[in-house]
Write a protein that binds this ligand. Sequence first.
Ligand SMILES: [Zn+2]
Ligand SMILES: [Zn+2]
Length: 340
Amino acid sequence: MLACFLDAPKKVRVKDVPIPNLTPGDILVRMEASGICGTDLEKIEGQLGPGGILGHEVSGTIERVAKDVTRYKPGDRVVAHHHVPCYQCVDCSRGDFTLCTEFKETNIDPCGFAEYFRVPQYNVARGAVIPLPPELSFEEGAMIEPTACCIRAVRRAHVQEADNVLVVGLGPTGLTQIQLLRHATTGKIIGSDIIDARLKLGEKLGADETINALTEDVPAHVRKVTGEGIDLAIVSTGNEKALNQAFSSVRKGGRILLFGAPSREASYQLNVSDLFTRQITLLSSYSCVEAEMEEAIRLVSKKELDLKSLISNRFKLRDSEKAMEFAKTSKTAIKTIIVP
Ligand SMILES: [Zn+2]
Ligand SMILES: [Zn+2]
């Protein structure tokens, strides 16, 4: 079968490899759609440390199950989550599942950009293979993991009913957060980005205002709209410079939530006195777990979330190299999906 690997920094290669063998408790899934995540691109650039497994936003059809697996059968349409917490340790008991030391220990095999991938027993046993209802397409299925990450983030931000919110970065996750926020607040939702196509889509999906950060002063515009500044700023890009927009836009007593994965060693010069005197809360949110994946599926099923509009481009698995390059450099792409 074909699968896409990171051979060395910046060296993506599609190779012919054996279909994984199953050990007890495992499931083999035939990939139907697999989203390219910003973190895949950061991995390729070597910004998240050496190596790494590509592709984790996956949906597919179960091809085979190990003899002892009874909850699933070949032909089932599913989404699979690559990381799973233990649900037993002290972090898990606090509900901090994505801090669990087991969380990143397992993964799908060999990766998500593969014709077939094995979901290990550890993941299967903890509910990380989730049925995809018939009303959801496989491509929507591939969007469930990033959507679930957004659900977790918005929940961690404790959005109040009339909060004004700024979303910095309108990639697929920023655009999903705008939709989630639309259900959570009656306040103003403002989005900022440097690509006009994304701003336009942001308005279509629920933002009251969008701002091109290349041509406009985002904090000034935010203050014009909200008066005292924004209640909550969500930073949905891995570029740490975007924190400037958040810090300068937030009102005193406001919250900033860091969502986009910064590159390794990224640092930021913080005005600590300003943070202290203006009593700003700084939060972060990383990844998601099965409960949020299930919530994401429910919201898409109820048509409260539009994921289809976010999918802009498709590439065949054998063209993965081209797909990664496209996703990195395109000025029009929102979500790029790999299909078999
Ligand atoms: Zn991702
Ligand atoms: Zn745990």
